[in-house]
Design a protein around this ligand. Sequence first.
Ligand SMILES: Cc1ncc(C[n+]2csc(CCOP(=O)(O)OP(=O)(O)O)c2C)c(N)n1
Ligand code: SF4
Ligand SMILES: [Mg+2]
Length: 263
Amino acid sequence: MSEEAKGLVRERVAGRPEVFVREWFADYLWDLFCPGCQSPVAGRIIAEVLEELGIGDKAIMVGCVGCSGIMIGGFDLDKVSPAHGRGPDVATAIKRIYPDTIVFTVQGDGDCIAIGAGPFVGALTRGEKITIIMLNNNNFGTTGGQLGPTTLVGQVTTTSPEGRKPSEEGYPVHAAEMAATFKGVAYSARGALHTPADYRRTKGYIRTAFQRQLEGVGLSFVEVLTACPTNWHLTPVQSLAWIRDNVIPEFPLGEFRNVTYIE
Ligand SMILES: Cc1ncc(C[n+]2csc(CCOP(=O)(O)OP(=O)(O)O)c2C)c(N)n1
Ligand code: SF4
Ligand SMILES: [Mg+2]
């Protein structure tokens, strides 16, 4: 199929959110992800929600270091790429200087709760009026699939070749449940993308998260379980079954906190 025909199919079958960059390099950029990677799927949902809420013109995107951060180049928004893990600090500064903007981070699990654990917990503690979206693929994807805070017990990674052992590497961190315990947090949820129904539910979570920020209630957080077929050594289809059978039992889906007023 010619490049022009591929473009037509993309426009007709799926449409294209307005907040996506339209230059030629944007299509190239989305092709940088491995086949079956769900980071760009999460990116598309974010773009759809920004468009549907009509907030694309006042949204500021704070990216991250990692595969999840690649998507920032595809968004036609004001945006910034901070140092690894510092997204919540940078988002805090932007939101406090420009309180009328909608500020959100997109971070990997390693970026958010390994190297970035301090900035994340700080923002939760202060109840910053920002939105944090964490893509949890259970490993450090970009750097070759090392064990991270969300790696499953028993999961084989390049730094846990015999599988994660709690006696040596501890247990997985549950960011969405943890965020829900902070009084300054308005919303915390975890969604997945392995079925169309979950795609829709996760989109609803991201929409609610942005709505809480629009209402100025407090910090909103959404954790999205995403497939990393390359480092899981599975096919894209096997990865979806892996999420259903192994990831969700450890990381249950749903809303953990949803309030419209904080004292
Ligand atoms: C200060 C610093 N330390 C380490 C790195 C190397 N590094 C780049 S991406 C990454 C891990 C990213 O993992 P995650 O946040 O889970 O994102 P993913 O690639 O899985 O989407 C690391 C350790 C870096 N770029 N900067
Ligand atoms: S290494 Fe994993 S997270 Fe990174 S682009 Fe490939 S599938 Fe996606
Ligand atoms: Mg990761």
